[in-house]
Design a protein around this ligand. Structure first.
Ligand code: NAP
Length: 545
């Protein structure tokens, strides 16, 4: 397709505050800033928090840590950084990762272009000047030629819509808005609502500190052991020496983890071999049991049933009370069809005398009271309620900002039946706006995807600079084509038949009760190949001017 050139008018050359505004100083925004400086572009990053780190800044809840191997998660762009930084554990905890983010910000002197405590409320495209006007909560407004969203797929926390929530007299926290000060759990009666990856990490961490813990579970989740451990000096040296191989491997795998799917199907081996393989994976670190398992467990119901049955048996072995074990075994979805939480003695927590599991499918919460929580069965009194209730995922952080494109078109309106994107990076009618880790991009081991997307966006801006372009837009055909492609990739995946944040479901948010295809579910190498092709063809699929 030939690029369609738009003519430039004098008003389009009017002075703007910035060449580029980036929204968010998490892993995406920080790296994007670093790359934009190389282009010499005048850039401002607006960040709602008081510091860098995004996810790792906000999610300070007890036990927050990586589920991807630390050494496969850090930035790969700087050899020096890789050699300087030492991860202390195979799966680093949040405080260490936040230190890492700050270390990166210091090393590359990023903070001087980041404005903290600056939440963006609106971003409105100005057709006349081919620019964006960005508004902050303070009312301050700034103009820029190009707008880059680095607002994260899991960054808009949601509280449950339960009557009486504000009447509770004790302390209450959403895990993604955890206070910076240490919360004292000693002797306290604590409730946790939610048993996703966050709830599981929180529960297993605080169970030994609290006086009494009550876990309110609406849907049981499959979980498998993390097998974390310290990194000893010899392993550290080996990791540092093998970074090129580690990252090369991440480039080859389906979702950029170091784990590669087994080329065999679950029924291509004997029952004994299959069992032995599951046992081996259950004993290994990280996501291997999910990402490195038989190739058909996430698409074939019978294959999936074999791993679900294996994990169910493990839960029954680990939880002493059979009735509790049954409640902890998911019945409405198969293993791996939701994002698998990795755990450390999570199931054993339910063997403690001070821990109780409340199954909300049997006795739902009716209200939150000043003293605690009332279910259909009884009243519970608490000192602390923890909401591990998740996020308005993927599109939620876009919905929270009033994005308006050419002619005043609202992004929220355009996406009311689900996101529509071009390569997950642009949206037609929203010129000069690029999205990092927005809908329809390959997520997986996220820093790997971030680095690719940032480099792609940087390449596009370098091209615009070289050609003197002030207008970059996806075409309606390009957007429709990519959106259809992403939807087609999702057909047949068991995960797309299950309610979760991955299918856009959040029962705490109005209008998020219908499943959508918000994630790109093809392979990361295929995603990169398609995006590379667009760049290699001189971005001829875009409208340029
Ligand atoms: P989540 O997976 O969406 O889990 C939210 C939990 O809250 C679910 O158990 C949900 O139950 C429950 N819930 C929500 N509203 C409720 C209500 N009104 N009443 C009772 N229960 C309610 O959220 P998350 O655990 O924060 O995890 C989100 C994602 O963040 C993860 O999947 C992962 O990708 C990422 N994460 C990563 C890490 C890591 O890398 N280590 C750690 C944590 C999170 P239902 O299932 O019934 O809706």
């Amino acid at each position: 397709m030939a690029a369609q050139r738009q003519d430039t008018t004098p008003s389009q050359t009017a002075a703007l505050d910035y060449d580029v505004i980036v929204i968010g100083a998490g892993l995406s925004g920080m790296y994007q800033l670093y790359r934009l400086r190389e282009l010499g572009l005048k850039t401002r990053v607006f960040e709602a928090g008081t510091g860098v780190g995004g996810t790792w800044y906000w999610n300070r809840y007890p036990g927050a840590r990586f589920d991807s191997e630390s050494y496969s998660y850090g930035y790969s762009f700087s050899k020096e950084l890789l050699q300087e930084w030492e991860w202390s554990e195979h799966f680093a905890g949040q405080p260490e990762t936040l230190r890492y983010c700050n270390y990166v910000a210091d090393k590359f002197d990023l903070r001087r272009d980041i404005q903290f405590e600056s939440r963006v409320t609106a971003a409105i495209y100005q057709d006349e000047t081919r620019s964006w006007q960005v508004t902050l909560t303070s009312g301050a407004q700034y103009s820029c030629r190009f707008l880059i969203t680095a607002i994260g797929p899991l960054s808009t926390p949601t509280l449950p819509r339960i009557e009486g929530r504000d009447s509770f007299k004790g302390q209450s926290f959403h895990t993604a808005r955890w206070p910076k000060e240490k919360v004292d759990f000693a002797g306290k009666r604590v409730a946790v609502i939610g048993t996703g990856a966050t709830g599981i990490q929180t529960i297993q961490t605080i169970a030994s500190e609290v006086g009494h813990l009550t876990v309110f579970q609406r849907t049981a989740n499959w979980a498998a052991p993390l097998h974390n451990g310290k990194i000893d000096a010899a392993t550290q040296a080996k990791i540092k020496a093998s970074y090129p191989e580690i990252f090369a491997r991440c480039q080859e795998t389906f979702a950029c983890f170091i784990h590669t799917p087994d080329p065999r199907g679950a029924f291509e081996v004997s029952d004994a071999e299959r069992e032995a393989n599951y046992e081996k994976l259950y004993g290994e670190r990280g996501f291997g049991i999910w990402q490195g398992n038989f190739k058909d467990i996430l698409i074939d119901r019978k294959a999936n049933a074999t791993i679900s049955d294996f994990i169910a048996r493990k839960i029954r072995e680990r939880v002493k009370n059979p009735a509790v074990a049954e409640k902890l075994i998911p019945k409405n979805h198969g293993f791996g069809t939701r994002r698998v939480p990795l755990e450390t003695f999570y199931f054993e927590v339910y063997n403690q005398d001070n821990v109780e599991l409340v199954d909300l499918s049997e006795t739902p919460i009716e209200t939150i009271t000043p003293e605690g929580i009332r279910t259909s069965a009884r009243d519970f009194a608490f000192d602390i309620i923890i909401y591990a209730t998740g996020f308005d995922a993927i599109t939620g952080s876009f919905d929270a900002i009033d994005f308006r494109g050419s002619g005043g078109a609202r992004l929220k309106e355009k996406w009311k039946h689900g996101p529509e994107t071009y390569l997950g990076l642009m949206v037609d009618g929203f010129p000069n706006m690029m999205m990092l880790m927005g809908p329809h991009t390959a997520l997986g081991n996220i820093p790997r995807s971030i680095e690719y997307s940032v480099d792609w966006v940087t390449g596009l801006l370098r091209f615009a600079q070289a050609k003197g372009l002030t207008f970059l837009d996806a075409t309606p055909e390009g957007t429709a084509g990519w959106t259809d492609h992403v939807k087609a990739l999702g057909v047949g995946l068991l995960s797309n038949e299950v309610d979760s944040w991955m299918t856009g479901i959040n029962r705490n948010v109005e209008g998020k009760q219908t499943r959508i295809v918000a994630r790109y579910s093809g392979s990361a190498p295929a995603y990169r190949a398609r995006c590379d092709e667009v760049a290699a063809n001189g971005y001829a699929e875009l409208r340029l001017g």
